[in-house]
Design a protein around this ligand. Structure first.
Ligand SMILES: Nc1ncnc2c1ncn2[C@@H]1O[C@H](COP(=O)(O)OP(=O)(O)OP(=O)(O)O)[C@@H](O)[C@H]1O
Length: 309
C-alpha cells in the first residue's frame, strides 16, 4: 500500500517466512508488518532465529514465503534506501575510523558527510585511529556508522550495542530515537530488555523460529508480565517457608525469592508479616512487571539480570 505522499505504509512485510538449515528449523512461518517510522525490537533466546530473520529481510539469505521491503523484494529494493549492521562484522584492521566510514560512503552515489557520521556515533575524536586500535565498543560504534552513511529509510541493526559501555549505549539510543523521529524505520535485535523497552514502539518475541508475541512493551507487560511483586534477598530461606509465612505464592528466581502479587500498598504489611514470622532476609525490592518478566515467562528462560540492564 502506498500513502498519498508516495511512501509505503508498511516499510517491512513478512508473510509466512520459513528457513531451514538441514534439520534445523531457523524460521517456522514468521509473519510481520512494520509500519514506516516504527522502531521494532526483535528479542529471543540464542538460536531463536533473530539473525536469520534479519538476513531474510535483507535478502542475504534465501527463504520460503514472501517479504517486501519498501514495497519491493529484498533483492530488488533500492540499496540506497536500506542500511544493515550485521551481528558479525569485521572491517579491515588497518583502516582508520574515518577511512572505514569513507569507504562505505564511497559505495553510494549520494552519501552523508563522513565527519557527520563520525560525530553521530561519537568517534569524532578518534577518527584517525586504526580500527584495530579502537576499543571494542568504539569498533562497534564505527560499524554502526557504516550502516548510516546512506541515510537509509530502513535500518537493520543486529545487536548494535553489544560491547558498548553505558554512556555510549545511551548516545546510540538517542541517535536511534532521532532517526526514528525523522521517519527512519528501524528493526533492531537485542538481548537487553531494558534497551528494547526503552527504544522499541513494538517488540516481537521469537522462540524456536516462531513469533510468540508481538506488541508494544506496555501491551506485552499487561498481557504477559504478571503482577507487581516483592523480590527478597534471603539466601538462607526456602521459598516454602516464605510462602507459609505469608500465605502467598513464592517462587525462586536468580537466587532471590519472588513474592507474587504484592501491590505497593501491600509492602509494609508483607514486610511486617515476614519479620513477625522470623524470616531472615537481607533486603527487599518491590518491582512492577517489566519486559524482562515477559521474556522470562514466554521463553521459560532465566537470564543474568545484570546483563539485561
Ligand atoms: N549458516 C547456518 N548454518 C546452519 N545453521 C544455522 C546457520 N545460521 C543459523 N543457523 C541455525 O539456525 C538457528 C537460528 O540461528 P540465528 O543465528 O538466527 O539465531 P539468533 O536468534 O540470532 O541467535 P543469537 O541470539 O545467538 O544471535 C540456530 O539453531 C542456528 O544454529
Amino acid at each position: 500500500m502506498v500513502e498519498a505522499d508516495g511512501r509505503e505504509a508498511a516499510a517491512l512485510v513478512a508473510d509466512d517466512v520459513r528457513k531451514r538449515y538441514g534439520d534445523t528449523v531457523a524460521l517456522d512461518g514468521v509473519s510481520l508488518s512494520i509500519p514506516t517510522g516504527e522502531v521494532f525490537g526483535l528479542v529471543g533466546p540464542n538460536g531463536a532465529g533473530k539473525t536469520t530473520l534479519v538476513r531474510a529481510l535483507t535478502g542475504t539469505t534465501r527463504c520460503e514465503g514472501s517479504i517486501r521491503v519498501l514495497g519491493a523484494a529484498p533483492d530488488t529494493v533500492d540499496a540506497h534506501r536500506v542500511g544493515l549492521l550485521p551481528q558479525s562484522f569485521n572491517p579491515a584492521d588497518r583502516l582508520t575510523a574515518r577511512e572505514l566510514i569513507a569507504y562505505y560512503a564511497g559505495l553510494y552515489d549520494e552519501a552523508r558527510a563522513v565527519d557527520a557520521v563520525l560525530d553521530d556515533v561519537g568517534l569524532a575524536d578518534d577518527a584517525d585511529t586504526w580500527y584495530e586500535n579502537l576499543s571494542g565498543g568504539q569498533q562497534r560504534r564505527a560499524c554502526v556508522g557504516t550502516a548510516l552513511v546512506n541515510d537509509p529509510d530502513v535500518l537493520f541493526l543486529d545487536e548494535p550495542t553489544t560491547g558498548i559501555d553505558p554512556a555510549g549505549r545511551r548516545s546510540l539510543w538517542a541517535l536511534i530515537d532521532g532517526l526514528a523521529a525523522g521517519g527512519t524505520t528501524v528493526l533492531l535485535t537485542s538481548h537487553s530488555m531494558a534497551e528494547v523497552e526503552r527504544l522499541a514502539d513494538r517488540v516481537g518475541l521469537l522462540r524456536d523460529g516462531s513469533l510468540v508475541a508481538v506488541g508494544s512493551p506496555d501491551e506485552l507487560i499487561a498481557d504477559h508480565g504478571g503482577d507487581s511483586h516483592l523480590l527478597l534477598d534471603a539466601p538462607a530461606v526456602e521459598a516454602a517457608a516464605v510462602s507459609a509465612a505469608l500465605d502467598a505464592e513464592v517462587a525462586e528466581r536468580d537466587g532471590r525469592l519472588v513474592v507474587r502479587n504484592v501491590t505497593l500498598a501491600d509492602v509494609g504489611g508483607v514486610v511486617a508479616d515476614l519479620e513477625a514470622a522470623g524470616v531472615d532476609f537481607d533486603s527487599f525490592t518491590w518491582a512492577e512487571p517489566s519486559l524482562e518478566d515477559v521474556y522470562l515467562r514466554l521463553t521459560g528462560e532465566t537470564m543474568d539480570r545484570e546483563a539485561s540492564r
